[in-house]
Design a protein around this ligand. Structure first.
Ligand SMILES: C[S@@+](CC[C@H](N)C(=O)[O-])C[C@H]1O[C@@H](n2cnc3c(N)ncnc32)[C@H](O)[C@@H]1O
Length: 243
């Protein structure tokens, strides 16, 4: 693994703040389940940013020590809820900035009585370097991250070399990063930035087979209906060089 320290994540964010208005069932789900699943995180300058000195004791949040899975951009929880339910032996932390989507996730978690998920309503790109110890994450999931097509917006893409530095530092020795996108230009961009990263190894040497446990979400269905191909990728942490 690379010994370079992670570069601080720049201020450009990978999301657009949309309306925080919730429908009635989302408001009810929030009222019922927020206290159970939402994690309190010290905020920075923006209400989605993470204070530089913020900390979270994950074992205390979950009430147990367990392998840690992190999802960034969990949306309405379409992947998160069933995938976390299928991995009861893991603690799963999801970051999502869009409150109505988080409320829908809370509703699903409550309905399915899932107990191994906690949600941070903050920018996951800032949370990753600040809230997790190096070498502590067993799996990172980034599924259908916003594609940011225009060249002038590429700096907003969640996946880039700078973010990969952070991921490589945070992954456990056998940890993996699973990605999926329905946008070919973003898929190729991911390969371009991650395949040669010194801290990561492309597990399949190219595209990964579709992850069986990943359900078809609204975003995937929309991409397929529009005739796009969905690409999965899996990277593992590169081994530390031997002396
Ligand atoms: C296109 S949606 C995909 C949602 C989900 N992964 C799925 O497949 O259904 C992308 C989501 O990522 C969220 N997002 C983007 N950048 C984020 C970040 N840095 N931290 C937390 N959430 C983020 C957006 O708010 C949006 O809900």
């Amino acid at each position: 693994m690379t010994s370079r320290p992670p570069r601080p994540r720049r201020d450009v964010v990978s999301f657009v703040r949309r309306s925080t208005r919730m429908n009635e069932s989302q408001a009810k789900a929030w009222e019922r389940h927020a206290a159970t699943y939402l994690v309190e995180i010290a905020r920075g300058a923006m209400d989605t940013s993470v204070a530089p000195d913020a900390t979270v004791d994950w074992a205390a949040e979950f009430g147990r020590e367990a392998p840690l899975i992190v999802e960034i951009g969990s949306g309405a929880g379409d992947s998160l809820v069933p995938m976390a339910a299928g991995r009861p032996e893991c603690n799963v932390v999801a970051f999502e900035v869009f409150e109505p989507a988080v409320a829908s996730t809370l509703g699903r978690l409550g309905r399915d009585a899932v107990t191994n998920v906690r949600i941070g309503l903050v920018d996951g790109a800032q949370a990753l370097p600040r809230l997790f110890d190096d070498g502590s994450i067993t799996e990172l999931w980034t599924f259908f991250a916003d594609p940011w097509h225009k060249t002038r917006h590429h700096k907003r893409r969640l996946v880039d070399a700078e973010f990969a530095d952070v991921v490589a530092a945070k992954l456990a020795p056998s940890g993996v990063w699973r990605l999926a996108t329905d946008w070919e230009d973003y898929a190729l961009w991911m390969r371009e930035h991650l395949d040669d990263h010194p801290g990561l190894v492309n597990v399949h040497g190219g595209w990964a087979p579709r992850l069986a446990e990943r359900p078809v979400t609204k975003y995937e269905a929309r991409g397929l209906a529009a005739g796009r191909t969905v690409h999965d990728l899996t990277y593992r942490r590169a081994d530390a060089p031997q002396d």
